[in-house]
Design a protein around this ligand. Structure first.
Ligand code: 9GP
Length: 820
């Protein structure tokens, strides 16, 4: 259905037919959800032809494949994105208009497939889009969670989690592929048997429980190139034959256990971001999807190749954080136990096939597993890790004779735990960070010992985002305006946006640019009115912080600053103050108490400020419920200011920062993650930078000397705001409600160091940067120029660039084009 091939009448007919076939209804009797299903099937029909053609081409060309292994893919809605990439969005919109439907309303019927938490899962989704668009053979491999990330409701200011039953109406874009099912085994014990024929021991897992992994495939449509790649997510089903067998033997319990294992394993996504508690079910999930994916990849390779020694030439397994790093051991298991290889040759293959991306320096996100749990659940895999560890320690001893400390710090198994990041570094050929600063911190600080041992493995790949979803789909007005001015090359070559720079002093262009921003603000204001019942002024500055709620991201600093501004306005009513709307959106992990309390604080502050008529609407605070990919698209397009205020060194990269920039919102931020590179691209004069540097933060952390109490004692503004946390100002007189937050900032008796994330140290420079924002915004032409330059300089941050760097420097994939 490429532009010229789109046949409107046929499409309309297909939609009508689908409604009839699926629901025994005519089109005017169908519900909007039913129309969504019918439209999606008609679109899928077109995709399937391209999907088949792509597979045929891959079979013919036999290109190298990257398997992007990830526990999370935060895909967002597919219908609109697929239409964009098929270059049929406008035509389908028109066709539906003629049938009496609004495509936007139909798109809203689609559940947001939320099989991820935040940045890491969304990055995986952007990467798949870019891989297909650039014409590389890639599979995303993950889990078909029956419940995605919870839906967030706000009740009385508190977050309530509601299950996300995204499959309830059936998901039209997936395809069940039982023919590729794989058995995955858990528990039991390993029997060792001497094989006289080969003179080697054989390792046989017995007494185990197993489940069938059933793949569901989702199409990943490349932009305007007929390529359709595959996201393969695995569901679990009980092994029915075995179960019947057990029933016959009266082993009812075992049979039920096995049934439950299958049911539980894929039930729900763990709702944590940057923090993992080491739960057994999570380990099961990891092994489940890794074993199935690796088995399938090896089976596929063997179909067309005779010699497994060639695997590294044809396959890379990219490990998305520590979650899939089991791959190293599972691949070894298959090569040793199933393919009968010797250790050395299996290790040679494995260490040239696996590559690891680190997405965080937060210690609590680098997964470690208690030996007891691990060895019981995965007895054979554990044996293999023990042997990897034994050999790795020998290597360390060789390199650093007598250095016991190195072994303690670097061993894969140490202190009763299996350290997954260490396994990935030892067992892979590449270790990359996700922004330049982050990679530097890995090399100099967090993974210093590993960097010293294997400097050649380390490299940086600064993250990126897909402009197809986050500009074309999210902001059609701006996308069209850009195309009118510089052509449509930017859709697949984002650096072409630099051509917009010539409009930086063109009054008419600037006016148009800001007019589009205004219309997007009106669109968001309407959403806020409908969903929050709050009226916001689209002429006010839309100052936005949307991302997962985590202490290091410092939503707390933002709301404390709002409290400070409110105090200022109340104390000086005559003060000239440019109206501001502070917009927040954030989910907190269900068990993260302090994060949830911060949500309550934001809502409580919002309640007081929004209902204070005396400030004449100068200040508004909005917490957007259930922040997710679909409403994110509205929010980025409407933002004036992009809040990227993490404690320097803590945010590995960030990707929201890039989405704001692309949509013309300057960054108000610290020199953290990819902010550093954003500022480098756009120029410091087009951003608002403040706060401690990463070096300063790391220095405090390593050497001590930070005393938040000093700020409290010496700065009356800070003291005033902090006292309001415990004097009932925002809690109807309840002194206790926010005491924990107050304590976290000042009380060294808390479990962690007071003010772990240096909020008080940065507060004043943040407030000062906010003043610069206001002054800059008052100069409307200057602001327009700055906004336009942000868009114009966003070229580097396309995930197309990121993927091309992965291809050139890690994966070495072959480019494929579909022959007509
Ligand atoms: O926290 C990082 C975020 O900064 C980065 O942009 C994203 C994608 O690389 O990964 C996040 N990390 C995690 O969610 C857990 O490691």
């Amino acid at each position: 259905m490429l532009d010229s091939h789109f046949k409107k009448e046929e499409f309309k007919k297909a939609v009508k037919e689908n409604v009839k076939m699926l629901y025994r209804k005519t089109i005017d009797e169908a519900t909007q959800q039913q129309i969504f299903q019918a439209v999606s099937l008609a679109v899928k029909d077109v995709i399937i032809d391209n999907w088949l053609a792509t597979q045929k081409q891959y079979e013919k060309d036999d290109p190298k494949i990257v398997y992007y292994l990830s526990m999370e893919f935060l895909m967002g809605r597919a219908l609109g994105n697929n239409l964009i990439n098929l270059t049929a969005y406008k035509e389908v919109k028109e066709a539906l208009d003629e049938l009496g439907f609004d495509l936007n309303v139909i798109e809203d019927q689609e559940p947001d497939p939320a099989l991820g938490n935040g940045g890491l899962g969304r990055l995986a989704a952007c990467f798949l889009d870019s891989l297909a668009t650039l014409g590389y053979c890639a599979y995303g491999c993950g889990i078909r969670y029956h419940y995605g990330l919870f839906k967030q409701k706000i009740e009385d200011g508190y977050q309530i989690e509601v299950p996300d039953n995204w499959l309830k109406d059936g998901y039209p874009f997936e395809l069940r592929r039982p023919e590729y099912a794989k058995e995955v085994k858990f528990g039991g014990y390993v029997r060792v048997e001497y094989d006289a024929a080969t003179g080697r021991n054989r390792f046989i897992q017995e007494g185990y429980q197993s489940v069938m992994a059933i793949p569901y495939d989702m199409p990943i449509v490349g932009y305007n190139n007929k390529i359709v790649n595959t996201l393969r997510i695995w569901d679990a089903e009980p092994i029915t034959d075995f179960r019947l067998d057990l029933f016959d033997k009266g082993e009812y319990h075992k049979a039920v256990e096995q049934e439950n294992l299958a049911k539980n394993i894929v039930e729900v996504l763990y709702p944590n971001d940057n923090h993992y508690a080491g739960k057994e079910l999570r380990l099961k999930q990891q092994y489940f999807f890794i074993s199935a994916s690796i088995q399938e990849a090896i089976a596929k390779f063997k179909k067309n190749h005779d010699d497994l020694h060639d695997l590294p030439k044809k396959v890379t397994f990219q490990l998305n954080d520590t979650h899939p790093t089991m791959t190293v051991a599972e691949l070894m298991r298959i090569l040793l136990d199933e393919e009968g290889m010797e250790w050395e040759e299996a290790w040679e293959i494995t260490t040239h096939t696996c590559a690891y991306t680190n997405h965080t320096i937060m210690a609590e996100a680098l997964e470690k597993w208690p030996i007891e749990l691990f060895s019981k659940l995965l007895p054979r895999v554990y044996q293999i890790i023990e042997e990897i560890n034994r050999r790795f320690i020998l290597e360390i001893q060789n390199k650093y004779p007598g250095n016991q400390e190195k072994i303690q710090k670097m061993a894969i198994i140490y202190d009763g735990q299996v350290k997954m990041a260490h396994l990935a570094i030892a067992g892979g050929y590449s270790v990359n960070g996700v922004a330049r600063l982050h990679t530097e911190i890995l090399e100099k600080q967090e993974l210093k010992d590993f960097y010293e041992m294997y400097p050649e493995k380390f490299n940086n790949k600064t993250n990126g985002i897909t402009q197809r979803r986050f500009l074309m789909h999210a902001n059609p007005l701006l996308a069209d305006w850009i195309t009118d001015h510089i052509g449509d090359g930017w859709i697949t070559n984002l650096p072409e946006l630099a051509k917009l720079k010539v409009y930086a002093d063109d009054k008419k262009a600037l006016q148009e640019f800001m007019n589009i921003k205004y219309q997007n603000k009106v669109r968001l204001a309407k959403y806020i009115q409908e969903h929050n019942g709050i009226e916001v002024n689209p002429h006010s500055i839309f100052d936005v912080q949307v991302k997962r709620l985590h202490e290091y991201k410092r939503q707390l600093m933002n709301i404390l600053h709002v409290m400070y501004l409110y105090n200022e306005i109340k104390a000086h009513p005559e003060m000239d103050f440019y109206p501001r709307t502070f917009i927040f959106g954030a989910k907190a992990a269900a068990g993260y108490r302090r994060a949830k309390l911060t949500i309550k604080l934001i809502n409580s502050v919002a309640d007081v400020i929004n209902n204070d008529a005396s400030i004449n609407g100068k200040l508004k605070v909005v917490f957007i419920e259930n922040y997710r990919v679909s409403n994110a698209e509205l929010i980025f397009a409407a933002a004036d200011v992009s809040e990227q205020i993490s404690t320097a060194s803590k945010e590995a990269s960030g990707t929201g920062n890039m989405k704001f920039m692309l949509n013309g919102a300057p960054t108000l931020g610290t020199m953290d993650g990819a902010n550093v590179e954003i500022v480098e691209e756009v120029g410091a004069e087009n951003a608002f930078i403040f706060g401690l540097t990463a070096d300063q933060v790391i220095n405090y952390e390593n050497n001590g000397g930070y005393d938040p109490m000093q700020y409290f004692n010496n700065d009356p503004d800070i003291r005033n705001v902090l006292m309001q946390l415990i004097n009932g100002t925002y809690s109807n007189g309840d002194f206790n409600m926010f005491h924990e937050i107050y304590d976290s900032l000042l009380n060294t008796n808390c479990s962690d160091r007071a003010d772990t994330y240096f909020i008080l140290a940065d507060f004043k420079s943040y407030a000062e940067a906010q003043k610069r924002v206001e002054a800059a915004y008052r100069d409307s032409e200057g602001w327009a120029k700055m906004a336009l330059l942000n868009t114009a300089c966003a070229g580097k941050f396309s995930s197309d660039r990121t993927i091309q760097q992965y291809v050139d420097e890690i994966w070495h994939l072959d480019k494929v084009t579909i022959e007509d």
